[in-house]
Design a protein around this ligand. Structure first.
Ligand SMILES: NC(=O)c1ccc[n+]([C@@H]2O[C@H](COP(=O)([O-])OP(=O)(O)OC[C@H]3O[C@@H](n4cnc5c(N)ncnc54)[C@H](O)[C@@H]3O)[C@@H](O)[C@H]2O)c1
Ligand SMILES: [Zn+2]
Length: 370
């Protein structure tokens, strides 16, 4: 089937792209006055439009990200003069079910379970998410701090922010949710079944809880990477360097510490002394391709997926659940609220995952005790 996608790329020159098959479950309507900038038709699969509210004068940069042919991520930048975009599914999708006994039937038959986790899981341990009242650190959004540009402009401020997050995480223990996921993996392994955790969390609470098969797609707060020699090291020191001691308060009235760059964390490899950065994927950076390849494989072979405590707005992780659902695999979302991806899923269990996930993962009556 041939589909056509018309777009106006960032440089303003109109282009047209044709694809032999086009996977898009939801579709998105641009306001009529914006239609000249982009239209697309859709059949099935998954897709998304994202509004990136980086204002430049009156204009807004819009990023349209779509998953084409169920594999390639295609992104273009559109410059528009309005912020108004309406979105909604073309297809009449049924509301996800919240019937736990139906979910438990799917659970009992699953042999390869993929659990996609986000900051909501660690919220159960007292680690704040990036939403609501924790949206800002001082006066900045995390999306403005955790970027390569911010780190090269103001490494001291970015290190203060990550130092604050590191200290927080170092003081926390795995929650009942982390423990239940790890217990489920160990239990099902004895039955010849598998559980993989694909996490956006950058703490190491899944590993601390005992999960063995964890794919950390956004890196780790407790690792550093040298900007010069690229060496990655596990580093749980508190504080990570003397100059950051007692720094990093999120209080908006606290001034930047403005630590000289040679007093920030430095590489200990012989003669290197390069500046260290947190070994996390900053906003705008691409994910580690080796890890993504493993994620791709897990997405292809799993026969049940659980999407737990993620706002499903950070890409490409936001598309993992919908992609799995597009193969007809049952996907269950566990979240305090619905998300932009809820409608793609078979199940949605609303509430703290400390309450909803434990009965979902508990031993099923059909499991053979051994
Ligand atoms: N602990 C961490 O490592 C940590 C913490 C904050 C943010 N981050 C990073 O921020 C980015 C944000 O993505 P994200 O989707 O993971 O987090 P997010 O902050 O965008 O969203 C958290 C989601 O969890 C839900 N939630 C909160 N408490 C919950 C609970 N008790 N039970 C169930 N759901 C709950 C919220 O409704 C929200 O949808 C990621 O890149 C991630 O790496 C990591
Ligand atoms: Zn180095």
């Amino acid at each position: 089937m041939n589909r056509t996608y018309n777009s106006l790329p960032a440089d303003g020159a109109p282009t047209q792209h044709s694809f032999t098959s086009f996977h898009l479950l939801g579709t998105f309507f641009l306001e009529p006055d914006l239609r000249r900038f982009g239209t697309f038709t859709a059949s099935r699969g998954v897709g998304a439009i994202e509004v990136n509210k980086k204002t430049c004068g009156e204009n807004i940069t819009k990023q349209v990200t779509m998953l084409l042919q169920n594999r390639a991520v295609f992104a273009i930048g559109l410059r528009m003069g309005s912020t108004r975009v309406m979105n909604g599914p073309l297809m009449d999708t049924a509301r996800p079910s919240s019937d736990m006994s139906d979910f438990r039937k799917d659970f009992s038959q699953a042999t390869r379970i993929a659990i996609i986790t986000g900051a909501g899981v660690s919220a159960e341990s007292g680690v704040p998410t990036f939403r609501g009242e924790n949206e800002k650190w001082r006066k900045w959004m995390s999306q403005d701090l955790a970027t390569p540009e911010a780190f090269s402009r103001t490494p001291s401020r970015v290190w203060e922010f990550f130092h604050y997050r590191r200290e927080l995480v170092l003081s926390k223990k795995p929650s009942a949710v982390h423990l239940a996921i790890a217990e489920c993996e160990a239990r099902l392994r004895k039955q010849g079944r598998s559980v993989v955790v694909i996490t956006q969390c950058i703490d190491d609470l899944h590993q601390q809880a005992g999960s063995k098969h964890v794919l950390r797609i956004h890196g780790s707060l407790l690792e550093t990477r040298c900007m010069t020699c690229r060496h990655v090291t596990l580093n749980k020191r508190s504080p990570i360097c003397p100059a950051l001691k007692d720094k990093g308060s999120p209080d908006p009235d606290v001034a930047d510490a403005q630590i000289p760059v040679d007093k920030l964390p430095r590489c200990k490899e012989s003669k290197c002394h390069g500046l260290l950065r947190p070994n996390v994927v900053f906003f705008g950076e691409t994910l580690d391709s080796h890890i993504l390849t493993k994620v791709e494989k897990e997405m292809e072979i799993c026969d049940l997926c659980m999407v737990v405590g993620t706002s499903s707005i950070v890409y490409p992780a936001a598309m993992f659940g919908p992609r799995i659902a597009s193969r007809g695999v049952p996907v269950a979302e566990f979240n305090l609220s619905s998300t932009p991806k809820t409608e793609y899923f078979k199940y949605h269990f609303q509430g703290p995952c400390g309450t909803t996930l434990l009965p979902a993962l508990a031993p099923h009556e059909s499991e053979i005790n051994n």
